[in-house]
Write a protein that binds this ligand. Structure first.
Ligand SMILES: Cc1ncc(COP(=O)(O)O)c(C=O)c1O
Length: 379
C-alpha cells in the first residue's frame, strides 16, 4: 500500500528529544521552544511567534485575544477544517461562511464583501494546500473596513509567499500547525504568529493560564499572579525539540516537497485536457509551500470511482474537507445561511494523491499510472 502520508525525520529529532529529557526542561517555555520561536521570527521577519499545542489552540487563543463575544461575527471559508470555525464559535462569536474562488480554493473576496456588516470583527483566510489565497482581493475589500482584523489560518502555508512577503504576516495574527500531517511536524503542535508588538505581552499571559509568568521568568517581577483569561496553550519542550530539528531542516524538507510536486505536475499535465482534470494553480505573484497535490475530477461520481479503484490497487488517495456551511454544527453556529456553490462543487470533485517528503519517484510513478488508468475509465 502506498500511504497517503508518512511523517518524515530530518535527522537530529531523537537526539534533540534526548537532550530535552536529560537537561530536564520538558514543560513549555523551555530552551527548544525559544530556539523554534527564534527560527520562525527570523525567517518570517515578525516580532514574536508563540508555540502552542496545536493550530486549533492558536486559533482559540486568537479568538480570546480579540475578546470576541455573541455580538461579533467572524467570516470563515466554508471549505476548511473545522478548527478554523470552531475556535471562534467556542468563544461565542457567530460564524458567517464565505465561499471559495475556484483558482486557489481560498476564500472569495467578492463573497466576503457581500457578507460584511457592522457586526463583523474578523475575516479568517486559509491558504489551501500552501498556495496563497487572493490576498490582494481581501486587502482591497478590507481597505474599506479598517476595524475588521485579518487572521491567517496558515496551517498549510509556512514559508510560502505572496508578492515576496511570507504568508502568516498579512494579518494581526496567524496560526501554524505542526501536526504529523503537515510539512513541519512534532506530532501535535502549533504556533501563533504575532505581527503587532503591542499584542506580545497579552499573548503570553493568555498562553500561560492567564498569568504574568513570562515576566517572572524574565526577572521583571518577583512573583507571578492571575491577570487575565487564558488557558494552558504552551507546547511541551519535548515536542519543541522535535520541531527544532524539523525547522533547521526546512530547506531540505521544502526541496523534497517541491520535487514531489514537480514530478506529479509533469506527469499529470499532459492528461489534464483529455480527462478534464483541474490541477493546482499558484498565482503569478505567489510561491507555494508544497503542502499537497490535489486534482479536481470532472464529476463527483468520477472522483468517487477513482478513489475506489486506487484503493483496490494499493494507493491511498483521499478526499478532503466536507463543506462546513451545511454541516450540523456549521448550521448551528452560523448566524445566517448563504449558498457556497464553489465549495460544494470542489468538495465533491477533489482528490488528494499520496504526498510526503520521502515519497520515492518510482512510487510516485505508480500512483500516477493507477490514477490515470482509473480516471480514463471513470470519466
Ligand atoms: C486549515 C487548517 N486549519 C487548522 C487545522 C488544525 O490543525 P491542528 O491539528 O494543528 O489543530 C488544520 C488541520 O488539518 C487545517 O487543515
Amino acid at each position: 500500500m502506498i500511504r497517503f502520508n508518512q511523517p518524515g525525520l530530518v535527522g537530529p529529532e531523537i537526539d534533540y528529544l534526548a537532550k530535552a529529557v536529560s537537561d530536564g526542561h520538558t514543560s513549555s517555555s523551555g530552551p527548544f521552544s525559544d530556539r523554534a520561536s527564534a527560527i520562525l521570527c527570523e525567517a518570517l521577519g515578525v516580532p514574536d511567534v508563540a508555540l502552542t499545542t496545536s493550530c486549533t489552540d492558536a486559533l482559540e487563543l486568537t479568538a480570546m485575544l480579540l475578546d470576541l463575544g455573541p455580538d461579533d461575527t467572524v467570516i470563515v471559508p466554508s471549505f476548511t477544517f473545522t478548527s478554523t470555525a470552531l475556535a471562534f464559535a467556542r468563544q461565542g462569536a457567530r460564524i458567517r461562511f464565505a465561499d471559495i474562488e475556484p483558482r486557489t480554493l481560498g476564500i472569495d473576496p467578492n463573497h466576503v464583501a457581500e457578507l460584511i456588516d457592522d457586526s463583523v470583527r474578523a475575516v479568517v483566510v486559509v491558504h489551501y494546500a500552501g498556495v496563497p489565497c487572493d490576498l490582494d482581493g481581501i486587502q482591497a475589500v478590507l481597505a474599506r473596513h479598517p476595524n475588521i482584523e485579518v487572521i491567517e489560518d496558515n496551517a498549510h502555508g509556512l514559508f510560502a509567499t505572496h508578492r515576496g512577503q511570507p504568508l502568516g504576516t498579512f494579518g494581526r495574527f496567524a496560526t501554524l500547525s505542526f501536526h504529523e500531517t503537515k510539512n513541519f511536524i512534532c506530532g501535535e503542535g502549533g504556533a501563533l504568529i504575532v505581527n503587532d508588538e503591542a499584542d506580545i505581552s497579552r499573548v503570553h499571559t493568555l498562553i500561560d493560564k492567564g498569568t504574568n509568568r513570562r515576566e517572572f521568568l524574565l526577572g521583571n517581577v518577583d512573583k507571578y499572579s492571575w491577570r487575565d483569561t487564558g488557558s494552558s496553550f504552551g507546547l511541551s519542550d519535548l515536542l519543541a525539540a522535535y520541531l527544532v530539528a524539523q525547522l533547521e531542516g526546512a530547506e531540505e524538507i521544502l526541496r523534497k516537497r517541491a520535487a514531489v510536486t514537480d514530478r506529479y505536475m509533469r506527469a499529470l499535465t499532459p492528461f489534464s485536457e483529455r480527462l478534464g482534470l483541474q490541477l493546482p494553480h499558484v498565482p503569478e505573484h505567489g510561491t507555494s509551500a508544497h503542502h499537497m497535490l490535489y486534482v479536481l475530477l470532472p464529476t463527483n461520481e468520477a472522483r468517487n470511482a477513482v478513489l475506489r479503484t486506487m484503493k483496490a490497487r494499493g494507493v491511498q488517495a483521499t478526499f478532503h474537507y466536507v463543506p462546513l456551511h451545511s454541516s450540523e454544527a456549521g448550521r448551528r453556529f452560523s448566524d445566517s445561511h448563504h449558498a457556497c456553490p464553489v465549495t460544494d462543487d470542489v468538495s465533491g470533485r477533489l482528490l488528494r494523491l499520496p504526498y510526503y517528503n520521502d515519497l520515492t519517484p518510482s512510487d510516485q510513478d505508480y500512483v500516477v499510472e493507477v490514477f490515470i488508468d482509473a480516471a480514463s475509465t471513470a470519466v
